[in-house]
Design a protein around this ligand. Structure first.
Ligand code: ADP
Ligand code: MG
Length: 333
């Protein structure tokens, strides 16, 4: 279901500037749109308005063409799942009871809820027999985040709002949760608004990224590739940080490029999966000390990639960014 924000402003009482100032944004159905920007730029305020926890001062927000202010509570809960960094599990309820909250509110039949809870725990990688009867404090931070995701998915809402959902866990757990969530989304195809202040998380998770500055002003809205190849201004460049080329290599998969014949990898080559990215290729070459890898699909060689191939791709990417920058300079102000 598409979400459309039109000229949305939110002013909190007693503050000089609006937290969100005239925001226009269209979130296409079935995609992950990431809102990324510095702390205090209005990301959480925007999410809370979509979820109707607060009302805009002016402007409109529609879901599938319907004004969110006109939806009743039941419809709203059926439509939107919400995941937040603080997880917000109820400490005195078991994991199963926490996951069952929304289906229960929606008065789903009891046996259906029990089955759904187990299905959701399974889906997020928590063995139902082990975890359904535990309390939140008996779980690690990463496991609690998984429960948060399971709870938001329990009523199978078409829309998920995720506000820094993996912010509170260590980098390794975060990376695993990101991977798991992306592979879930391949099957689920939900419309997702995902908030983060971490640009690397944004390029990993987003089909599209909105880079926000103060007052939720959009500095740039585009795919990760577009933003990395052609940053709109100095603010966006500053946000991307160093290593834009390396970040672009992390977005290109071996499955999308022309490979050498498998025979060119030589005898007993190091191997890499066809699903890997070009930055994985570089990592593997560096750690194995090899300048040519065999590319495999389900263990069978399907091609090869050399360090030269990688370097010529890097040169192409650099060239592209440079000509984008030149174009931008030639555009009259
Ligand atoms: P972000 O999620 O991007 O860090 P927020 O949406 O939480 O930003 O906050 C945007 C601005 O609105 C900040 O200046 C913040 O101090 C202010 N703000 C947020 N919530 C409230 C509130 N309930 N009352 C008054 N000001 C608020
Ligand atoms: Mg926030």
């Amino acid at each position: 279901m598409p979400i459309v924000l039109k000229n949305v402003t939110k002013s909190y009482p007693d503050s000089a500037k609006p937290a969100v100032d005239s925001l226009d944004l269209e979130i296409p159905a079935g995609e992950i749109v990431v809102l990324v920007g510095p702390s205090g730029c209005g990301k959480t305020t925007t999410m809370r308005m979509i979820n109707r926890l607060i009302e805009p001062t002016s402007g409109s927000i529609t879901i599938d063409g319907e004004d969110v202010l006109s939806l009743n509570d039941v419809k709203l809960r059926r439509t939107i799942g919400y995941v937040i960094q603080q997880v917000g599990l109820f400490p005195h309820l078991t994991i199963a009871q926490n996951v069952a909250l929304v289906p229960k509110m929606l008065k789903h039949p009891k046996d259906q809820i029990t089955a759904r809870v187990d299905e959701m725990l399974d889906l997020v990688g928590l063995e139902p027999n082990t975890y359904r009867g535990r309390f939140p404090r008996q779980l690690s931070g990463g496991q609690q985040q998984r429960v948060g995701v399971a709870r938001a998915l329990a009523a199978d809402p078409p829309i998920m709002l995720m506000d820094e959902p993996f912010g509170a866990v260590d980098p390794i757990t975060r990376s695993r949760l990101q991977d798991e969530f992306l592979s879930l989304q391949e099957d689920l195809g939900k419309t997702i608004v995902f908030v983060t202040h971490d640009f690397d998380e944004a390029i990993k998770m987003g089909d599209r990224i909105a880079i926000l500055r103060e007052g939720s002003a959009i500095a740039q809205y585009g795919t990760p590739e577009e933003i990395l190849a052609n940053p709109a201004d100095d603010f966006v460049e500053g946000f991307i940080g160093r290593g834009a080329t390396l970040k672009r290599l992390a977005l290109e998969r071996l499955s999308e490029i022309d490979l050498r014949p498998a025979s060119e990898a030589g005898e007993n080559p190091s191997t890499i999966s066809i699903k890997a990215t070009l930055s994985d290729v570089l990592d593997t070459m560096l750690s194995d000390g090899e300048d040519c890898l065999a590319v495999v699909r389900r263990g069978q060689p399907v091609g090869a990639i050399s360090l030269d191939d990688l370097l010529s791709r890097v040169r192409e990417l650099r060239e592209e960014s440079r000509s984008n920058a030149d174009d931008a300079q030639e555009t009259p102000a």
